[in-house]
Design a protein around this ligand. Structure first.
Ligand code: FAD
Length: 378
């Protein structure tokens, strides 16, 4: 059961009560919602969850730039419902570029409905040929009179097809490489923006492709300055990576809770599974790895909240360690629970399907390791 004692040196006085309230909200109002049976239902549920989060005020830590608060909320949601966690995460990822780089007019126009959960955001960076190598973005934005015309396509975009507003990364000057990438705020109903179709995951998570076909946006859709988009995108990812790690910790905590309940109740060979030392070893490893991951998460978030400009290495360590840890913990939980653990809709089966993507999105484990090594070798 994650509690705040372990991480108390990293927290402010308001964080422990926030964590308690987040947990009771997640367990009381979110956990009981049934897993959507298919992608269409997941899309409807994602919008419903966003509204619930907005109405109950759970999106506020994003807007307060309270990174530790965001981590605490994601831990609680990750434990209760990976879909609810993804909804929170994507609202954070789509909004952070506006919070950090938006003009007064852009903030005035967009932030209130986003905070209320009425308007859903998305972060459109990945392309068919630009995955880990994000600098190779090929979507173009060409100046045309009073605005820009976008052409290209984006793939593996969370909330594609259900978002109202996309933060889109496109090149305004290909010759300049990453320094030629700019960021645009493109409403879903912009002429020439097309939802090209869903990409269906084994876990509920709205994902899909979008295409820009002579998509015209006004000049004030540009976020920050021309050519600063790559930095805007990386800064948002740098900031939010500890929250991915926090969600992983929430999922691992749930895996441990389910495991403990099962091994105490289930008897084989005349005694509870909990009495076998091979079982105890798994439990001990899960608990120790989880504690270590949480310390990395809140160390990174603390540094950011203290005003440190970049937390590149801290965030990469937290993200890579916690997501790999969560994968092992969830796998161990399935193993401890046995055959029932692979039945569809068992809580650990839901976790098993959901946890895998965390090692990939917002930068794969290998990319995090390259970042850490790069900092070491600098
Ligand atoms: C569920 C989910 C949600 C997502 N949501 C979004 C979203 O909202 N917005 C968005 O823009 N993107 C999103 N993505 C895309 C995600 O960011 C990319 O999948 C990720 O960056 C990896 O890119 P890729 O899939 O093209 O893999 P690739 O870059 O092709 O990598 C494939 C493998 O090669 C490895 N690799 C690549 N380069 C190196 C290297 N230099 N050294 C060693 N190994 C390397 C990678 O680690 C990986 O194991 C999402 C992905 C998923 C799965």
């Amino acid at each position: 059961m994650p509690d705040t004692r372990l991480i108390r040196t990293f927290l402010e006085p308001h964080h422990a009560p926030l964590a308690d309230r987040a947990r009771s909200f997640a367990l009381g109002e979110v956990a009981a919602r049934p897993e959507p049976p298919d992608d269409d239902a997941a899309r409807v549920e994602a919008r419903a969850l966003l509204r619930l989060l907005g109405v109950r005020g759970w999106l506020k830590p994003i807007f307060n730039l309270d990174l530790r608060g965001c981590c605490l909320v994601r831990e609680a949601l990750g434990e209760a419902s990976p879909l609810a966690d993804a909804v929170f995460a994507l609202q954070g990822l789509g909004t952070t570029p506006i919070l950090l780089n938006g003009s007064a007019a852009q903030k005035e126009r967009w932030l209130e409905p986003i905070a209320e959960g009425k308007l859903m955001t998305a972060f459109a960076m990945t392309e068919p040929e630009a995955g880990s190598d994000v600098a190779s973005i090929a979507t173009t934005a060409r100046r045309d009179g009073a605005g820009y015309i976008l052409n290209g396509s984006k793939t593996l975009i969370s909330n594609a097809g259900i978002a109202d507003l996309y933060a889109v990364f496109a090149t305004t000057d290909r010759a300049k490489g990453p320094k030629g990438i700019s960021c645009f705020l493109v409403p879903a109903n912009a002429p020439g923006l097309r939802f090209a179709g869903p990409q269906v995951l084994s876990a509920p998570h709205p994902l899909g492709e979008i295409a820009f076909e002579d998509c015209r946006v006004p000049a004030d859709a540009l976020l920050g300055e021309e050519g600063r988009g790559f930095g805007i995108g990386l800064a948002a990812l740098d900031r939010l990576r500890p929250t991915v790690a926090a969600a992983a910790c929430g999922m691992a905590a749930r895996a441990l809770t389910e495991s403990l309940a099962h091994v105490k109740a289930r008897r084989q060979f005349g005694k509870p599974l909990a009495e076998f030392q091979l079982v105890q070893q798994k439990l001990a490893r899960m608990a120790t790895d989880l504690a270590a991951a949480r310390l990395l998460v809140y160390r990174a978030a603390y540094e950011k909240d203290q005003g440190q400009d970049r937390i590149t290495s801290e965030a990469a360590m937290a993200k890579s360690f916690a997501t790999e840890m969560a994968q092992r913990a969830v796998d161990d939980a399935v193993q401890l629970i046995g055959g029932r653990g692979v039945l569809a809709n068992h809580p650990v089966d839901r976790l098993y399907r959901a946890v895998r993507a965390l090692r990939i999105y917002e930068g794969t484990t290998e990319i995090q390791q390259l970042i850490i090594a790069g900092e070491l070798l600098r």
